[in-house]
Write a protein that binds this ligand. Structure first.
Ligand SMILES: [Fe+2]
Ligand SMILES: [Fe+2]
Length: 398
């Protein structure tokens, strides 16, 4: 407490001048906050503000919305702020939040920043605080023109970092091969982490050191750093489960952790579920990353065909790399597009076992040459090379 604040607390409200009341309004923002500083109730403050004609913001916070901040809380200090922004009321006015937390707006801003730094998608605006949870519906567009007229990249999907079924040794072999082949960039089609609460009893499928999504983000960051490759990834349904539940943005968190570790290569989260990348000189090759929903079809290529069908003429990419199904598939030329299901790097989970889904573990090395075709920059040649791994036999009959 400053000397000026201590002085105020010793005086009666009736002794304060208009300027002092105004200063209290500027400093605390809310009647409740000013009342606490003065040692009187919020309604007394409101009475004096009205008497002096001092404008203030009305709050419609209810008593039941007040958050009791436990003194020995083990959670992060911003937990009460997140609690105040539930799904049904994810946006609230700053004045309401200040009142509910019994703190001035600048303290709310500090808590919002702390939550943001830990990966929560909290937005502190001019008048409101919001916790974002909606999965992005738009397909963002990125320009990767640094390849020139020839690109050679790795395409992978569904690494599910943090799961006990992670194909750890195979992943390391794949990364080693990328280095041997001189590959510098890796595109990931989603489900980078195992996530939490995706299906019933999922917690049993998680590594003991990756029970929390924050720990999973750390594991993904460690894998990225160890790979020494540039990463361009989208988030899949596993990554987004906790985003929808409580606003935890695992993509942002992974990028922050990797940058904080001083990683020199590029690591970027390209968005939710899908993204478009203009690859090469003049964006000659359009590459889509797509993490659809739903289950695997009886015929592996069926979902790829349906995804190809969904594109309207004029909006088609040259290549669409599809994650989620944990399958490898290559449709080289349907509607002038190449559709790839990029495989995965995790073995059969109990969930997949129940549904009799066999994973195709491995990734893809994609090589393309671009040029000008009929006066338009386009993809001229493409070469796909699958890197495959087979499940070790466990007492299977020959
Ligand atoms: Fe997956
Ligand atoms: Fe998925």
């Amino acid at each position: 407490m400053t000397q000026a604040q201590a002085d105020l607390a010793t005086r009666q409200p009736s002794e304060l001048t208009r300027d002092e009341w105004q200063e209290l309004r500027d400093r605390y923002g809310t009647a409740l906050g000013a009342g606490r500083a003065l040692g009187c109730s919020g309604s007394t403050v409101v009475r004096y503000w009205n008497r002096h004609g001092i404008a203030y913001e009305h709050s419609n916070v209810r008593a039941s919305d007040r958050v009791r901040i436990p003194t020995n809380a083990s959670g992060p200090e911003y937990a009460p702020l997140l609690k105040l922004l539930p799904k049904r009321k994810a946006v609230r006015s700053i004045i309401d939040v200040s009142n509910a937390l019994n703190c001035p707006p600048r303290e709310v801003e500090r808590l919002a920043e702390a939550a943001r730094a830990d990966g929560y998608d909290v937005e502190f605006g001019e008048k409101s605080v919001a916790l974002r949870r909606e999965v992005g519906q738009e397909r963002p567009h990125f320009v990767h023109d640094f390849y020139g007229e020839h690109f050679r990249v790795a395409i992978v999907s569904d690494t599910h970092f943090g799961e006990i079924y992670e194909a750890e040794a195979e992943w390391d072999q794949f990364v080693e091969l990328c280095h041997k082949e001189g590959i510098k960039d890796l595109y990931h089609a989603g489900d980078i982490t195992a996530g939490l609460g995706v299906y019933r009893n999922q917690i049993r499928d998680l590594r003991p050191d990756c029970i929390g999504v924050d720990q999973q983000a750390q594991r993904a960051a460690d894998k990225i750093i160890a790979s020494n490759l540039s990463w361009h990834f989208i988030l899949g349904n596993h990554d987004l489960r906790q985003y929808e539940a409580n606003g935890f943005d695992v993509g942002q968190r992974i990028c922050d952790l990797v940058k904080a570790a001083g990683y020199r290569k590029k690591v970027e989260c390209l968005g939710h579920d899908r993204a478009r990348i203009g690859v090469g000189k003049n964006e000659a090759c359009l590459l889509d990353l797509n993490h659809p929903g739903g289950g695997t079809a009886y015929a592996i290529s069926y979902r790829s065909q349906k995804i190809i069908e969904e594109y309207t003429p004029g909006d088609k990419p040259h290549i669409v790399a599809i994650g989620h199904f944990h399958k490898m598939d290559d449709l080289p030329h349907t509607r002038n597009m190449t559709a790839i299901q990029a495989g995965c790097f995790c073995w059969t989970t109990r969930f997949m076992g129940r549904k009799q889904i066999a994973p195709h573990v491995g990734g893809l090395i994609l090589e393309g040459w671009t040029g000008t075709i009929n006066g338009k920059p386009s993809l001229a040649r493409i070469r796909t090379e699958w890197v495959k791994f087979y499940q070790p036999r466990r007492g299977a009959a020959d």
